[in-house]
Design a protein around this ligand. Sequence first.
Ligand SMILES: Nc1ncnc2c1ncn2[C@@H]1O[C@H](COP(=O)(O)OP(=O)(O)OP(=O)(O)O)[C@@H](O)[C@H]1O
Length: 315
Amino acid sequence: MADSCGSSCSSAKTSNCGTTREAQDAALAQQENAITRSLGKIKNKILVMSGKGGVGKSTVSVSLALGLAQRGYMVGLMDVDIHGPDVVRMLNMKGSLEPSATAGGLVPPLYYNDNLKVVSLEYMLKDRDQAIIWRGPLKIQAIRQFVADMDWGELDYLIIDAPPGTGDEPLSVAQTIPNVKAIVVTTPQKVALADVRKSINFCKTVNVEITGVIENMSGFVCPHCNQTVDIFKTGGGEEVAREFDLPFLGRIPMDPRIVVAGDDGTPYLSSSEESPATKAFAGVLQAIENRLPPVKTPVSLNIAGGCGCGCGGSN
Ligand SMILES: Nc1ncnc2c1ncn2[C@@H]1O[C@H](COP(=O)(O)OP(=O)(O)OP(=O)(O)O)[C@@H](O)[C@H]1O
């Protein structure tokens, strides 16, 4: 998919990989046009970030995408976590991305349901269990090409799940996707908060506006006695939001059903079950909708998961 030389070709007239500067410039301009076209009909682009791994970023991305789709919006979900793509597994989707003969070779995303389109960089890989060892320029080029190749159509929201930290993937999303906004997910304990400050500073450096901070795994409601135990403490995410003068979007408690449902491919937070976690998540969703309101495009919704083959049909 990406050129073997990545984007590191020198300024010499003919680069190491044998292409001329002019040919590279033309290819880059063509890619830039394709990116503009691919993203042109998307109202809100949201990069879900975390300073630290395992804080629930993919869980929040998937639940956010599903929750907005359930509210009648057209939503896209893009997983650019090259090293640990989890979105496909959390939604229990199968299938592969193929260029469409009728759409000028562009790649249509897979449909989870009528309102939710999903793509993962994982779909581009032949062997999904193979570890990927790519250097920065190649990753950046792969993500740019991935965005350029997609045919999203009209979307109210595009949710982008990036790997934790402030490495090549969030950087290439920030540089490739104009007007992308960030949501930062953290857990409440100090070690996570130290890393979240780096994410916030990263956004400032690359001029990405932050829509707000979500505190995940904030207290555990015991299913037996209904008492809350603050395993990772609570309130740290809100404190960091205050420190940086950012909106606090809400806190989601720990709930073992989130783990089980994530493993089974049936996301829990956006489900219709009533619990402290689903109620908290509904509040987070509302806060995001309030801050990033698109014009609502009324579309009928097939809530059941799609067949995943890309036809838009259901199981
Ligand atoms: N509020 C919660 N309560 C209980 N478990 C949770 C909660 N949020 C996420 N989890 C679980 O924590 C684990 C890590 O979540 P997830 O994969 O979403 O994190 P991540 O930040 O995307 O991780 P990575 O660093 O690998 O990208 C998963 O097993 C998930 O089900």
